[in-house]
Design a protein around this ligand. Structure first.
Ligand code: TXA
Ligand code: MG
Length: 333
């Protein structure tokens, strides 16, 4: 039997040879390739079915590598790195001229992150350079949080899958853009605005400025199951589920509130009332709900509070991505 150490060094060799290696991070599994090898990067886009203008995050062994990838290294970036790396924060900065266009989507910026997972860090250290890695799912689909999910999504197109167990965080990193006049959060994550604010000295705004390039995580339709998914207000879940089940629809419900009735057409999954735990479980749950083959998935909309922001963001996009017009009780969170 191979030991994890030899697995990791074999994975590093495969990356050097231009192959794809999926690896665990604390957020979701990544589909890794040598960030300095254009052919290897092309393989990522082919495997995911991802449009070529979507930039990739470059994963680094530690913050001392930042200078190799950036042309300007803001003092704030070093401060944030010291506070949050390794961890679920991606920082967008001005890139060095040598950084591949295929990685940056042709932009003058690059997204950088040091992930907080022992196996990812071992791999990065063994490889010794930047590993470009999007989430290891087909484009637009649910991000993988276990090695088995990666196999389901990408099985044949990846040379090796490192299995580091289920991801601790469960949703993708917070993306903070440091390339503009002031820091902005392009994608909410578990690391929230107030935690960033503690280090920045002010709370950053959300959303890209008009001139900022598109973040694929910001597309309306993303993280989508195949079954239509509707987000419904907490006060309406029971009533809508009842009505849909009575009308003969096979329903899967994900809700914090307990079920108040049973019906042969209804499968009720209870979700955590804690946002971090909800995020941790979210993608695995969406896969489970999808696998039931129901006509419809109903999800209780989370509270409109800061601590639920990242979860609400992913649910809204999952609903947008999955919905093919069966709008019973759709609400906008
Ligand atoms: O947690 C994560 O960030 C995971 C793990 C594997 O690290 N990765 C991940 O990658 O979520 P991906 O490719 O699925 O999402 C990365 C997002 C994309 O939406 C991409 O558009 C954005 O980061 N991004 C990367 N570089 C960028 C740049 N230079 N400017 C703006 N957005 C960028
Ligand atoms: Mg992704």
């Amino acid at each position: 039997m191979t030991t994890p150490v030899t697995e990791v060094s074999r994975a590093a060799d495969l990356l050097r040879a231009g192959e794809l290696v999926a690896f665990p991070t604390e957020t979701v599994y990544g589909l890794g390739a040598d960030a300095s090898n254009p052919q290897a990067i092309a393989r990522i886009f082919a495997a995911k079915g991802r449009p070529a203008d979507h930039p990739l995050i470059v994963h680094l062994p530690d913050a001392s590598h930042l200078e190799r990838w950036t042309s300007e290294l803001p003092a704030l970036a070093l401060k944030l790195a010291a506070a949050f790396w390794p961890g679920p924060l991606t920082m967008i900065m001005k890139r060095r001229p040598g950084v591949l266009d295929a990685v940056t989507g042709g932009q003058d910026t690059v997204g950088l992150r040091v992930p907080n997972h022992p196996m990812a860090l071992q791999l990065l250290q063994a490889f010794g350079g930047g590993i470009a890695a999007p989430s290891a799912n087909r484009f637009g689909r649910i991000s993988p949080t276990t090695a088995a999910h990666v196999r389901e999504e990408l099985g044949k197109s990846v040379s090796m899958i490192l299995d580091g167990g289920p991801c601790q965080v469960g949703i993708e990193s917070t993306i903070l853009d440091l390339s503009g006049s002031e820091p902005r959060i392009l994608r909410p994550g578990i690391l929230d605005a107030s935690a960033l604010g503690d280090v920045l000295g002010f709370i950053p705004e959300f959303g890209a400025k008009a001139e900022t390039p598109r973040v694929s995580g910001s597309l309306e339709a993303h993280y989508a199951p195949k079954t239509p998914l509707n987000l419904v207000a907490a006060a309406e879940v029971a009533q809508l589920a009842h009505r849909a089940a009575q009308s003969g629809q096979h329903l899967a419900v994900l809700a914090v509130q307990p079920s108040t009735f049973s019906h042969e057409k209804l499968e009720w999954f209870s979700a955590s009332a804690d946002p971090a735990q909800f995020a941790h479980d979210l993608y695995a749950r969406l896969r489970e709900l999808d696998a039931i083959g129901a006509d419809l998935i109903l999800v209780e909309a989370p509270p409109a509070t800061d601590s639920w922001r990242a979860v609400a963001d992913r649910l809204r996009r999952a609903a947008a991505g999955s919905n093919r017009g069966q709008n019973i009780g759709v609400i906008k969170p």
